[in-house]
Design a protein around this ligand. Structure first.
Ligand code: GRF
Length: 180
């Protein structure tokens, strides 16, 4: 898994895969040494790597080794093309909105939920998509819709979307892993 932040999606996956015969989190890789996700990995005895330079494809490929599936969850760096090409159809990202809307450069964290509310949309959601060399543009493989409620703030919407993320990501990972 590639992470930059607190790692609640990592935690959801660790919990869902606990003792699973189908898949396990083999390594957690971050561009930030202070990412909370790294603490969660260490507590679960999952090996970690902190990247010196996330744009260095050789460094990232060495960390990924023979991974079967690469999961980006809150990873804020662009994955170099050489790395994307090494994992065709086997690298996924979770995004806290219904792509293709509200994605792309700068659309992360609270920016996403602010933009969704400002648009007047009636619903938001979660998207899991394949990673390519642009932000949030690869083929969509699963979505879950999340309602927008009267009086929603970016924080409230973010919390509701995050709950959906924690359901959708383990489901998709298990579905993909079963086919591998
Ligand atoms: C999630 O909303 C994810 O969709 C986004 O960044 C957030 C990461 O949360 N790309 P966490 O680090 O998994 O808690």
């Amino acid at each position: 898994m590639l992470v930059s932040g607190g790692g609640t999606n990592l935690q959801a996956l660790l919990d869902a895969l606990h003792d699973s015969p189908i898949a396990r989190v083999a390594r957690v890789i971050s561009n930030r040494s202070d990412a909370g996700a790294l603490d969660r990995a260490r507590k679960a005895n999952v090996p970690t790597t902190v990247l010196k330079n996330p744009a260095d494809s050789n460094e990232l490929l060495a960390a990924l080794r023979d991974a079967q599936l690469v999961v980006l969850a809150g990873y804020l760096k662009l994955v170099p093309r050489a790395v994307v090409e090494r994992f065709p159809g086997r690298m996924i990202n979770i995004h806290p909105a219904l792509l293709p809307d509200f994605g792309g450069p700068g659309m992360y964290g609270h920016h996403v939920h602010e933009a969704v509310l400002a648009s007047g949309a009636k619903e938001s959601g979660v998207t899991v998509h394949l990673v390519d060399e642009a932000f949030d543009r690869g083929e969509i493989i699963a979505q879950e819709r999340v309602p927008i409620l009267d009086g929603d703030t970016p924080e409230r919407l973010a919390a509701r979307v995050l709950e959906a993320e924690h359901r959708l990501l383990p489901r998709v990972v298990l579905e993909l892993a079963r086919k591998m």
